[in-house]
Design a protein around this ligand. Sequence first.
Ligand code: GLP
Length: 241
Amino acid sequence: MRIQSYATYEEMSKAAARYMAAQLLLKPDSVIGLATGSTPIGMYKELIKMNEAGEIDFSDVVTVNLDEYKGLSADHPQSYRYFMNENLFDHVNVFADNTYLPDGEQVDDAKVCKDYDDIIETVGPIDVQLLGIGHNGHIGFNEPADAFTTGTQCITLDERTLQANARFFDGDMTKVPTKAFTMGIGTIMKAKKILLVVTGKEKTEILDKAMNGPVNPAVPASILQLHPDVMVIVDDAALGK
Ligand code: GLP
């Protein structure tokens, strides 16, 4: 794992955007795995600016997102499809048909998972997978467990995750969907490169466990220690500086 740290969130966001921009320059038809959460928003803003300035082109890019809440429609303001449209897709020249997320509206969980695995198999391999990290070490929505997941899963979210994500649901934990579809850890690990972005002192402890602790499904992000090409871009606060 390589780690780069920056004094501020703005600087780390710019660095993460430069990493993605370099990928798109090297391989304009890249398959990019994308993430939601607050952390990548600054990076998305920078990518939008670069796209507007003609510095990067998304016209041949395919995106596959990590996860989606079960039961939320694409036009629900808290769905991850809505988030991605608002924070990136509507502002860059990516083709909507080339952007994929699990189908949160489907009732048949097994079908959603199989369909998403088939999509990733067809468009993949993923060139760069962007990740954030949850307070409990989750990546995507792969929560702490007894074993690492392989393909797409329907996951019951941990209480800690519901608490953290309540801020997007009027601060009301009971409004957060209790289940979500997530790309599996096996799929994440098959990405050629991984970019992990982390901000803020509330992530210091879990980042340290993920990077330096034992590789253990109780800290799902710890598996990243076994991937050959992980770039971790953080702000100083996340390092506990
Ligand atoms: C959510 C997402 C994750 C994300 C995590 C951290 O649970 N499913 O993919 O990494 O939140 O989010 P944040 O960056 O807001 O701390």
